[in-house]
Design a protein. Sequence first.
Length: 414
Amino acid sequence: MTATQLTTVFLLLLTLSVVLRAWLNRRHASHVQAHRDRVPAAFSADIPLDAHQRAADYTVAKAGVGLIDLALGTIWLLVLTLGGGLQAAHDLLAHWFDPAGLVHGVLLFGLIGAIGFIYDLPLTLFRTFRLEARFGFNHTTLRLFAADIAKQTLLAIIIGAPLLWVVLWLMARAGNLWWVWTWAFWLAVNLAAMVIYPIFIAPLFNKFEPLRDESLKARVEALLARCGFRAKGLFVMDGSKRSAHGNAYFTGFGAGKRIVFFDTLLNALAPTEIEAVLAHELGHFKRRHLIKRLAVLAVGSFAFMALLGYLIEQPWFYEGLGVSAQSNALALMLFSLVLPVVLFPFSPLASMWSRKHEFEADSYAKQHANAADLVSALVKLYRDNASTLTPDPLHSLFYDSHPPAAIRIAHLQR
């Protein structure tokens, strides 16, 4: 392949991705708006019209912001690649650091990340303090927002920079099979993060307290015993500090597994409904969904690293994406920038697999809890989180990791 051919392929794929995303966005918003004035029959007894209309308005508003985000993201990608932005950053740092050195590579990622953050900041502020606040979800203050940014920046410097340094060192010093060693290191870091994150990093942003409701705790522990699941602890997270959205999740790995409830979820659901939601989450564990996803991630990342191992030696790979210099850091960044564009047409496959896992977890929950309680819990969560009950089917096919509300409820009631 020549540089010109790569440029042409990249622009065609990018155009296809952007047009398809924009079309799906508008199609979704129009579909939701068209069904705004009538609650679906399956939910008419539980969700009032005003709540349904609020969810529709929230979905349409998010779609509008999503279009802006798509446009800004596309511009940023073109500026960095064919616009010469990445090359300019490389040349700027080359005045002070060896372009082939590790320090230059780490700082290149830091500089591009910092500029990208500033570029995205206005839309992030609008989404948090205008869009989410308009629909009553935002609880984040400017002070908390700034504190989160400071912590994230510090973590990027303390943890992210050394990890990136190791990756670039492996790329430079591990020989022709550097990509195998880099893949193994990346996979090990991901597995370690599953243990380290809930214990050391998550508490930097939220407070985690043991579940104190003794009756609910006894109910949950009985469910865990029935399912043969051992957890390190049951915790309540102060999710209301930032948002009114409710959730529950498993975190950790091996002996460090823990169950986390948002305080907003506990306030919204009855004990039997919480038990049913937890049974669903247990279904993900018992059906080995995490292990399956890790396996696919390992195989996929191995293939991508092998591809990068080939591309890093090809001058046309750099030139076709607007970069005249060649370095490990530039190759890694170009690859990470272009890969999402190439993979987007395959989104329906990933979403379909995720929805399959949700159905399997629901089926497991029906065996170990009351299906009617899970249905009522989901209806409350749809209502309180302003989740649309009438998504566009094609948009859902591409984006939704969970089945549409009506289909999921019907599956539980069968």
